[in-house]
Ligand binder design. Sequence first.
Ligand code: C2O
Length: 538
Amino acid sequence: SRVRHYKFNVVLRNSTKLCSSKPIVTVNGQFPGPTLYAREDDTVLVKVTNHVKYNVSIHWHGIRQLRTGWADGPAYITQCPIRPGQSYVYNFTITGQRGTLLWHAHILWLRATVHGALIVLPKRGVPYPFPAPHKEVPVVLAEWWKSDTEAVINQALKSGLAPNVSDAHTINGHPGPVPNCSSQGGFTLPVENGKTYLLRIINAALNEELFFKIAGHILTIVEVDATYVKPFKTDTIVIAPGQTTNALVTANQNSGKYMLSASPFMDSPIAVDNLTATATLHYTGTLATTPTTLTSPPPQNATQVANSFINSLKALNSKKFPAKVPLKIDHNLLFTVGLGINSCPSCKAANGSRVVASVNNVTFVMPTTALLQAHFFNKSGVFTTDFPGNPPTAFNFSGGLPANASLATTRGTKLYRLAYNSTVQLVLQDTGTIAPENHPVHLHGFNFFSVGRGIGNYNPKTDPKKFNLVDPVERNTANVPTGGWVAIRFIADNPGVWFMHCHLEVHTTWGLKMAFLVDNGKGPNQSLLPPPKDLPKC
Ligand code: C2O
């Protein structure tokens, strides 16, 4: 293992897309940002210096941060933000993990342009559990707004209504050809006939789950969220914001240009977006300038396509990589996740109400100082540990919708407390007074096993009998289906404060978030380490 040093300078850069220009916040002037490479067991030091007018923090999404919550990154959860002109060194060791992850800003909506690939290679000399590819290519999917994204969300919060959807999706920074703007080509992936490539696909979009496919080529899925899966073949993947997927693709079509597409998956009745980003897979030696073989992206409400992909994911569960699913459960939790409406006298456009989101009917209130510091230094009055382990009884849902549609949420900075090494089963149930919707729920600090998933209401009597406790996929971001549920299991073996939230940024902003507090253990190496000296102050 070795120590890797990176410098991330957060700077403004002017960027032109869709024939329109605006300044964007970037790392080192790049969009997407620089790819961070490390190997399993390496220690990574990233010095982040803030040269913009916004407060900044960076999250290493999916890195477990064992005992180093100080380096996790969500603003006001594990650290105060890095203020303009200041810097902070994120210092963490990558233990027992390898694969594709992402890093991204974890404050405001800066993630829109402040994100990049985080690639953890196996230890030197350790092979992949699949045939070695000829080349590896990060494929970062994102969204693009012509207007300033901070203005987009601030306007929405003021009005009480939903924010504008993006103007385009992007593949490695490019939307591909779009109507009424001829000047821009898309991303090109050069391939040689007969060779196999490993695509490290990352969804860094703010608000969209995406379908991804390549015309004329089959993808072999080998890993998701930096955990190996049983390889399977598919022509379409579905990937939620925060998720990653490694796919092998063999260039077996001799020649030509084939379209890659990233298109939205939204099967909520309020879905509004149908933009598709395109790129080109290009056999070297081929002359044509635009793809000659096109994809047919699934319709945006193609629930079946998404489910068949998600249901095909199984942990590799080999001798080397066993699926260690907790079988005995200490905390049996059921959290509703969903959208609702609260009163807002100043929200004229929304008739005196505003969209809110909640977990177990609690709309999370961001503190003004970091929860992890308050916890470590025993500062009272910042949070409470009375987060409900089950929905309030008044919150009676049927068919994914609460019976009492006018029910307002309560507000608070509530945490759910877990003893060190206790085991958790958590059912995430979609509800919503507005409409049921997908919720890619991300848990910081842990990987979890996705042991069950279904449509409608979770039934605590019958559904657990159908759980997969043998080879469930292991991830860091769950796919809660529209009007359905997901059951996950994990071991609370990482002391600290760990954020959990919907990775659709608009839902997080509205309050679909909470945090777990995991106590120190009693043994050696079972405590949260002390904070680094340069930890930013609020
Ligand atoms: Cu990738 Cu809390 O986020």
